[in-house]
Design a protein around this ligand. Sequence first.
Ligand code: BAL
Ligand code: ZN
Length: 861
Amino acid sequence: PKKIFLKDYAKPDYLVEHVSLTFALDKTKTRVTARLSVKRNDGAAADAPLVLDGEDLDLVAIAVDGKSLGEDAYTYEHNVLTVRDVPAAFTLETEVLINPDANTKLSGLYISNGMFCTQCEAEGFRRITFFPDRPDVLSTYDVRIEADKSAYPVLLANGNPGDKGDLENGRHFAEWADPHPKPAYLFALVGGDLAHKQDSFTTMSGREVTLQIFVQPHNLDKTDYALDALKRSMKWDEETFGREYDLDIFMIVAVDHFNFGAMENKGLNIFNSSCVLASETTATDGDFELIESIVAHEYFHNWSGNRVTCRDWFQLCLKEGFTVFRDQEFTADQRSRAVARIRDVRRLWQRQFQEDAGPLAHPVRPESYITIDNFYTATVYDKGAELVRMMKTLLGPEDFRKATDLYFDRNDGTAATVEDFVGAMEEASGIDLTQFRRWYSDAGTPQISATEAWDNGTYALTLTQHTDPTPGQDDKAPRHIPVRMGLIGPDGPMVDEKVLQLKEESQTFTFDGLQTKPVASLFRGFSAPVTVKRELDTEERLRLIAQDTDSFNRWATAHAFAMDLLKSMAGQQEMKNSHEALISYAKAIETIITDETLEPAFRAEVLRVPTETDIGRAVAQIDPDAISEARRKFRRGLLETLKGTLSDLYTANLVNDDYDPGADQAGKRALKNAALALLMAEPSDTTAELALRQADNATNMTDEAGAVSLLAQSNRPEREDALSRFYDKWKHDPLVVNKWLVWQALAGGEDALDKIIALTRHEAFDMGNPNKVRSLIGAFAMENPKAFHRADGAGYDLFFEKVRELDKRNPQVAARLLTATEAWRRLEPKRRDMLGSRLKALAQEDGLSNNTFEMAERLSD
Ligand code: BAL
Ligand code: ZN
């Protein structure tokens, strides 16, 4: 397979100004007729051939300016159509046949539960028609869709609606026009028997926009929350970024088979149904929060991604990092800023830090790829968002807003680069970001060592930065790192918060005139995506947990304390007086979880115990059995000290009001369920009874799932019955059944893997549905280390069998599953050899997709 490099970027030889498409929809033979208004680009040679992408297309007819081309005028091989001797401006007409029913890759036009839908990002449009399928070719579109009227009464495409009407033979048509130039990856089409909910939004300039959410009719009662989240997103983007919506209509369609979470197609977002459908009895508070953030994310793309798009796929973070930043800020404003920050950082640690520390490490702006599908990563998305946040910290909020205005205004209607974005930041603020740009080009997480000295009223803090080598990048120069910090004395804060600028390899910052030696609160709000190494004794830790005025750092200090205890229990780290330290930790978090002046959701975050996978990420060598045992002991140790408090918390946080998915009620439920989770560390009959009662009496999915999932993780006799009753109750609802699959994928016990293997044959599982694959195989491989890394290698056997099977069907999802192995080099030697050799064997296998080959090769390299 061919590698593509950023340094080789060249402008396209031909642009397409306008596209007219006609679709005659048919399950196995959809006819796509395309008329492209093509123009030679400035600087292209007069004899440059027209080169178009096309994959799995059956070419029926091709003409230039109305003249049909003979077979000697073009070639179509290796997914490339080349037309020679074309004029400087012309109309290209093609007619192709495609087979949506056979499209198991879920890229291009395919069928999900009987409806036609599309996914074109990154390179799916070429599976619909011949086109220069690259993001720097922007065109206006008009689309006509024809289909059988009774099977597909609803026909949608991007833009504003035009004519519609009946045709012969029970068929009908609908026309759509999108006046905003867009790259082909934002094209979308839907045809199906769908119901919809409708609302409207009046924009800041007074235009009324129709909002519609389309779903299968039986899901119509699950659309209200997404519609409400959409309206809030539209308002927020006007108020916060000055961005107004630009079409007469905005539509969302839910589909069950989808590779991504959702897709920001212009005016016609297509969503994985798991990221849009919610009702109080079927979705948890976490689902509601996720839906709110994804609806916002896709909507925000209308400006950060659609109006201003990417020049090439190496610039993916330009739209994704910025849009994640925007959706994170939205969530922080809609809910609790402190809790949102903790959750975002937890996610970054879980996914991105792991990626940055292993064989898949790559810069936020990668320099090469075989298939771009493999670079929709936590690094591009979540670290990309952190880079935007750091620039906001360096610029301050006012200059940051000036910079985003400048960026949007200057690049509107064009395909931009990271350089355009960072350049706008510099121009609006006068700040030099030359060194900061290394964050985009250099992979790896900087490690900061903090040492301190105290001398007669002067506190000196020395920060040293170092980044380990990553694949292809051996030497790393120092980065420009914003360090938001404060100093905490025995009675609270001692100096006002400051942002230090760490630019050298090592720098010392001094603070004079202090009465007593402070404890530094560093990287407040997680002001930079770095790890910090420092020596804190228990007294200093307790001071930060109790007195830091930055709530993120209160949580982070408690979390680091817990991690050190867990590592020492797993035999990975020395800790003096670890028994006393565990009691100190328990007492410290008890003070927080019982402090009613703090938000319940924050207290719930403090109470959550790191998972076995979290611990695996933090240790030098992963021994899954030792980690599992350490976590078991840690939870039991906490329970011993906190039992009474947890029972009280449980009772005090019962919610009796009508269900509301907002932050206040959700916080109370989170705290109550976190208390129950720790009580279940060693479930007595009374505790199991409490969980069973919660499951049976629950009037919302948060409480039902909270209780059943805990029983599923336990070895209580009630387990099987709770799971089977849950299945019987919910087997008609695939999204709820996915939760049931996840809980069993995460379960412990000696026979855990056998049960997972049995589930791969269960009626609820389907290799053709990515949500099912992720729920069972993905959850097992990523979050059940004991079963996945079973000492006899049987977990690996199941995993690789499923990856191979899936690769034939859906390479994008197969390749993504492989990320579950990224820490293989840190496994204890026996497992390392078993997993490493399987990865190497896979990389050498014939007949793999490019997606899976690229991942297997990078992982085993
Ligand atoms: N653009 C792919 C899905 C998303 O990030 O919104
Ligand atoms: Zn996105």
